[in-house]
Design a protein around this ligand. Structure first.
Ligand SMILES: C[S@@+](CC[C@H](N)C(=O)[O-])C[C@H]1O[C@@H](n2cnc3c(N)ncnc32)[C@H](O)[C@@H]1O
Length: 266
């Protein structure tokens, strides 16, 4: 495994527990059944979930494959895998790099990868690896471009006002695989055939508009590049810009649009 890739994603056990407790129900859980259905996962299938995090897709797939199937989740980060194993000990969890999968060709019926491709430096290689180890189907889910995300675009506009376009660019990782023609081309170049895609709108939930601003800023490199005054302004104006997505209790339900792309190894 490349040391640089591993170092870039080291998070603590505590951060992984926060991910499972807060971000999985708030953002990631609603996509897992959609991806599992889109991938055509059926009873008895062998499934590999790449960049599994704390395992929301892997455990959804485990329920779908039943006792005759088998699911393995792979992630670079040991802390994510510890939490995954605590929540679901009956699934197999393995540490590894998505860009060099530790499995032989055709190991799985189906390979899934949810909300992770945009964090991998070598995306063509990662998709090619998924195609290599899959026998029947590869299914990937990524957020659409920022232009398709009104709430996140509003927040990014506020960040650009206070931290410049360069500052806003530091929050752009999530949207970096969102161009659908580019994504379809990536799939074709990895040798996937019968490629299909679907663009679906979901909801990212936060306890408040301010919590959404803090989550997005503190989950990006931007937090280390701005001073206290700039951050205070972003918090204030960001919360105001997102107020339109808040309910009577202050909780925010922000639209989040994602692409699902699936194909068969040639
Ligand atoms: C936003 S999380 C998504 C996790 C999970 N798929 C989900 O839907 O909750 C991105 C995950 O990608 C993992 N990751 C980043 N780079 C990786 C790599 N090179 N190989 C494997 N996993 C990686 C991170 O550790 C993290 O768990």
């Amino acid at each position: 495994m490349a040391d640089t890739a591993a170092e870039g994603f080291q998070i603590t056990r505590e951060q992984a527990e926060v991910y499972e407790e807060r971000f999985v129900p708030g953002i990631f859980a609603e996509w897992a059944p959609r991806l599992v259905a889109f991938a055509g996962i059926a009873p008895g299938d062998r499934v590999l979930d790449v960049a599994c995090g704390t395992g929301i897709v892997a455990r959804t797939a485990a329920d779908a494959v039943g006792p005759d199937g088998a699911v393995t989740g792979l992630d670079l980060n040991p802390a994510m895998l510890e939490v995954a194993a605590r929540v679901r000990p009956d699934v197999t969890w393995r540490q590894g790099d998505a860009q060099a999968l530790p499995w032989a060709d055709d190991t799985a019926d189906v390979v899934t990868c949810q909300m992770a491709l945009m964090f991998l430096p070598d995306r063509p290689r990662a998709i090619a690896e998924m195609a290599r180890v899959a026998r029947r189907r590869v299914a990937v889910l990524v957020p659409a471009s920022l232009a398709d995300q009104p709430a996140y675009a509003a927040l990014t506009g506020v960040v650009a006002d206070h931290a410049g376009e360069e500052g806003a660019a530091l929050m752009a990782a999530y949207w970096s695989c969102g161009d659908l023609p580019w994504l379809l081309n990536l799939a074709a170049r990895a040798g996937l055939t019968e490629v299909e895609s679907r663009t679906v709108s979901g909801t990212a939930r936060f306890p408040s508009a301010e919590a959404m601003v803090e989550t997005e800023v503190e989950g990006s490199p931007l937090v280390d590049r701005i001073d206290e005054t700039t951050y205070a302004r972003i918090r204030q104006d960001g919360a105001r810009a997102l107020a339109t997505y808040a309910g009577p209790d202050g909780a925010v339900a922000a639209p989040l649009v994602c692409h699902l792309v699936a194909g068969s190894p040639g």
